[in-house]
Write a protein that binds this ligand. Structure first.
Ligand SMILES: [Zn+2]
Length: 494
């Protein structure tokens, strides 16, 4: 703490960062292009209403991709995508479930019934359902010790699943039930309607059973009155087959080959997601989720690094890959796709610095000026590298006692970490007032602070890229065991 404060004072006394002291003259030149105006320029376009919240897939997302590619081209960064372009094309299926003709009816011999024609229901199925008078099994999950029926009991029947609120282990038991091949599974949940699903075109079609969710309270009351296990009820259901549309989703990749004949074989990934959650279908007033901090700020960071480092005559020793992902908000889709289809071998990919929430300083827990943090801050040696860069540029680093661990799986670094690559997500704020709300506007970004922290990151990246030693997992850390194992597997494979 004191050391950082002293450095900050030195920087102020000596003028611009890097004029003397710990930032070298070469590093100082590197920082010249990183300015609040440049960052604000990227942010104000990417988070404009025109791009309609950059949902995956959408025209707004495509506009963002084209903008990012245009910037890479302008900075003289090489295309890192397919066929000499900046785009890595990921074939996906967009699957919509027609609800026309949807009907599910439950009936008991004593004349009680419940019926849905789809108004408060959602269906996930890989083929049409036309079932008549199925036997009905009721399964209640109260906690992780609630017994599940056997596969024989479930097979071919209609399962009515009741999950007690807050039941632990419910998701895993739900999945286990689905693998027992019921004819159909119906459950109660408050569902926010998802108009479509996305699946990689190469992934096998889901073989799991048809799954129906309803938020109709009458369904709960009907199920409540039934005995646990085998019931006298019968179920009849008609659900249309899903409609599949082939689409291409795109990661946008710029490449800066390393200058050292040996170290250029090692790559560092600098990443952020360029998608966000789109436009709300309901609500008054502003419904566009602009996603300025989440994650136009991360994309702007990647672009600023590409301009700063790509624009220098003396390239770093290691290869840098500047990459922005689609579909993070839909479940890390772009990064998972990249990890399965890397353009540089993963075993020669020595680090991934992913960027999220780089712009706002109004963290819900308090103001975060002049500081950066990271998920898995002490999982890898990257945290120390950031701390050293911060000491040189007057920016403090810190680890959140809970979020640094808990948020590790909540962004694209996870896909690379799972593959064994030392990977963290760098941020300024964790949660902020407009998180995943329409109010995440670019005007709320603290651009002066962002200039400062992105300059720190640039110094850190430059040093990591030129260092004799590559970043490492901190093997003694209890939470990195699985990543160290993945790292070993990756390096044994050749
Ligand atoms: Zn995000």
């Amino acid at each position: 703490m004191i050391a950082h404060r002293l450095c900050l004072l030195t920087a102020i006394l000596l003028g611009p960062v890097g004029a003397a002291g710990p930032v070298s003259p070469a590093e100082s030149e590197l920082l010249a292009s990183i300015s609040a105006n440049t960052l604000g320029g990227h942010l104000s376009f990417l988070a404009s209403d025109l791009l309609e919240g950059r949902d995956t897939p959408s025209r707004g997302l495509d506009l963002a991709a084209e903008y990012i590619a245009t910037q890479f081209r302008r900075f003289g960064v090489e295309p890192g995508g397919d066929n000499g372009t900046y785009f890595q094309n990921a074939p996906y299926l967009k699957i919509t479930q027609p609800m026309e003709g949807f009907r599910v009816r439950l009936q008991t011999p004593d004349g009680k019934s419940w019926e849905s024609t789809g108004a408060k229901a959602m269906a996930v199925t890989s083929e049409a359902v036309n079932a008549r008078e199925l036997e009905v099994l009721k399964v209640t999950i109260k906690d992780q010790d609630s017994p599940l029926p056997s596969a024989e009991q479930v097979h071919g029947k209609a399962v009515l699943l009741y999950v007690a609120q807050g039941a632990s282990g419910a998701a895993a038991r739900n999945r286990a039930l689905m693998t027992m091949k019921p004819a159909v599974l119906v459950t109660y949940a408050v569902v926010s309607p998802t108009p479509f699903r996305l699946r990689p075109a190469s992934a096998p079609a889901t073989s799991a059973a048809p799954y129906i969710v309803t938020s109709d309270g009458d369904f709960s009351r009907f199920v409540d009155a039934l005995p646990e296990g085998e019931t006298p009820a019968k179920l009849t259901a008609t659900v249309a087959a899903p409609v599949q549309e082939s689409i291409l989703l795109r990661n946008v990749i710029g490449k800066l080959p390393g200058s050292d004949p040996e170290l250029r074989n090692e790559a560092i990934l600098l990443t952020a997601h360029y998608d966000h959650v789109g436009v709300s279908t309901r609500g008054d007033g502003d419904r566009i989720h602009n996603g300025a901090n989440d994650d136009a700020s991360g994309v702007s960071t990647v672009l600023a690094l590409a301009e700063a480092i790509g624009g220098r005559k003396q390239r770093p020793k290691r290869t840098l890959l500047f990459m922005t992902y689609f579909g993070e908000e839909k479940g890390l889709l772009g990064s998972r796709y990249y990890a399965a289809h890397p353009i540089h071998p993963l075993r020669q990919t020595v680090a991934n610095l992913n960027f999220e929430h780089m712009g706002r300083t109004d963290d819900s827990e308090g103001k975060r000026e002049g500081q950066i943090t990271a998920t898995g801050f002490d999982y890898t040696t990257l945290g120390d590298a950031l701390t050293a860069a911060g000491a040189a540029t007057g920016v403090g680093t810190w680890s959140h006692p809970r979020n640094s661990d808990d948020f590790f799986a909540r962004s694209d670094n996870q896909a690379l970490a799972d593959a064994g690559v030392p990977a963290i997500t760098v941020s300024v704020a964790w949660i902020f007032p407009d998180y995943h709300r329409p109010g995440d506007h670019w005007e709320k970004i603290d651009l002066a602070n962002m200039e400062k922290v992105v300059r720190t990151v640039a110094v850190g990246v430059s040093r990591i890229a030129n260092s004799d030693t590559a970043p490492q997992w901190v093997e003694s850390h209890p939470k990195v065991k699985r990543y160290v194992e993945a790292f070993r597997k990756l390096h044994v494979a050749d």
